[in-house]
Design a protein around this ligand. Sequence first.
Ligand code: IPE
Ligand code: IPE
Ligand code: MG
Length: 255
Amino acid sequence: MIKRIRSWWMQKDSPKPMDITKDNIPEHVAIIMDGNGRWAKRLGLPRIVGHHNGMKAVKRATIAADELGIKYLTMYTFSTENWKRPKDEVDFLMRLPQEFLAIELDELIERNVQIRMMGDKEGLPSHTLKAMEDAVQLTAGNDGLVLNFALNYGGRKEITDGMILLGQEIEAGRLKAEDITPTLIENHLKTYGLPDPDLLIRTSGEMRISNFMLWQLAYSELWFTDIYWPEFNEDHLHDAVAEYQRRTRRYGGLS
Ligand code: IPE
Ligand code: IPE
Ligand code: MG
């Protein structure tokens, strides 16, 4: 595996985001990629063109995150509520993962990226699931950036599923209700093994969570921007990280 050392602070001649320090890079960044439809509408184009261009922004964000030294990047790709959209749009969205991977997987492998997926596998078309699972399997041994796609993901469903698993363990006599701890709950969520997001980014001017990582965002720093997702580039990620570095995280304590 070729390991690229391309972080901007190691490249003397590359433009550096001057206001980012390398010792406080968020370990886990989660992104609610929103505004594809409005971006397209503004240009008088069909919504799906927005989704297609959003895919290119996923590539830009991934490379920028990798080069900054972010370890985990979680992308909200399709929510459990997005099935409410017109069938044509859903069908288009369900074809994007395989298109993205067909174009980008080689470079992601070269960059040592490990692809993960979290969300309900049931309900996904088999072609979507196969493309994702193949990529997960092919990159499982990589130890670079973890690119985690939240696909058919909903925070409430995730917590509900985790509670069902715990309930089954209690029913089977393997667990006592009073032994449930926050750590045990975390171990039954789809983010098992991932740290909580340090930074949540949402594009398109909406300031809500939309059922994303409800448990895990408890102490994440939130960063909102008015730009639409297809416009997102490395400068926006740098702005978000620079702002993150100006925040004081207190976790309920005192600074
Ligand atoms: C985000 O863009 C992509 C998904 C939710 C799948 P939208 O499709 O929500 O775009 P807007 O919010 O309608 O502009
Ligand atoms: C959140 O965006 C879901 C994803 C980005 C995949 P939505 O566009 O679905 O959220 P709402 O409906 O505006 O809350
Ligand atoms: Mg939206």
